[in-house]
Design a binder for this molecule. Structure first.
Ligand SMILES: Nc1ncnc2c1ncn2[C@@H]1O[C@H](COP(=O)(O)OP(=O)(O)OP(=O)(O)O)[C@@H](O)[C@H]1O
Ligand SMILES: [Mg+2]
Length: 240
């Protein structure tokens, strides 16, 4: 069998504050294969973002192991983690996180600039990705000249330009209306089906999770359900 993109074993995360401590992740073991489209669901405080931050190398586990594309990334230096993050991972955030006063095209070019790709190639590839997500017509617009849905499409284009092993999206539709949310989830679906992009989406909305091939449900820092379809009763159990 091929090496999984993500392989975590007994992942734990504790937050100490004074005398007490919070258990944010309590022994999470799972694998995500290339080509998977996974939704991480569960109620507020169940550990979804904590899990996502560790998988995205934005945070470290308190204990447990994490192999990314077969490489042990559990205890790397900050520089090494930043390097893997920029080369192998793509990020999409609820609040888009585009640079202000910077065009859509330049925002999408940015990861390639950091990767040392020349200007002509950056330009070509950024335009191509904007076309793929359907916003090439606003390439010269800055954030305040775009709708939320357009900004999120630009953010998706930006997440794709370095051909990441995994795209991580934390509540990507959290700030969008129903129609734009649908369009964003349809883009993720198409990228997964047609380009084989491996995607992990964190959401507490069952209607968003329903687009994924696999839904992993968290509660109290543990995986309580992991299946190819969200079972309505699992979601009801956790109050969704
Ligand atoms: N930096 C932190 N310091 C202390 N406790 C934290 C910190 N970050 C998260 N926690 C705690 O860890 C637990 C899991 O939080 P997390 O943010 O992962 O939940 P979540 O599932 O993403 O919730 P939401 O749906 O509200 O975004 C919660 O009890 C939270 O209060
Ligand atoms: Mg969260």
């Amino acid at each position: 069998m091929a090496t999984p993109i993500v392989d975590v074993r007994n992942l734990c995360k504790y937050y100490e504050h004074g005398e007490s401590s919070t258990v944010a992740l309590d022994g999470v073991t799972l694998q995500i294969e290339a080509g998977d489209f996974v939704a991480v669901a569960g109620p507020s405080g169940s550990g979804k973002s904590t899990f996502m931050h560790i998988i995205g190398l934005l945070d470290e586990p308190s204990s447990g192991q994490y192999f990314l594309e077969g490489q042990d990334v559990s205890s790397l230096s900050d520089d090494a983690r930043a390097d893997i993050r920029s080369r192998r991972l793509g990020f999409v955030f609820q609040s888009y996180n585009l640079l202000a006063r910077t065009s859509a095209l330049e925002n999408v070019e940015l990861p390639m600039l950091y990767a040392g790709i020349g200007s002509a190639e950056r330009h070509r590839q950024a335009l191509e990705e904007l076309r793929v997500v359907g916003v090439e017509d606003v390439a010269s617009h800055s954030s305040n000249q775009m709708s939320g849905g357009q900004q999120q499409r630009v953010a998706i284009a930006r997440s794709l330009v370095n051909n990441p092993a995994l795209v991580l999206a934390d509540e990507p539709t959290g700030a969008l209306d129903t129609k734009s949310s649908k369009e964003i989830m349809q883009i993720f679906t198409r990228l997964n089906e047609e380009r084989g992009v491996t995607i992990l989406v964190v959401t507490h909305e069952p209607s968003v999770a329903a687009y994924a091939k696999r839904v992993i449900t968290f509660r109290d820092g543990r995986v309580i359900a992991d299946g190819s379809h969200a079972k309505t009763e699992d979601l009801e159990t956790v109050g969704l």
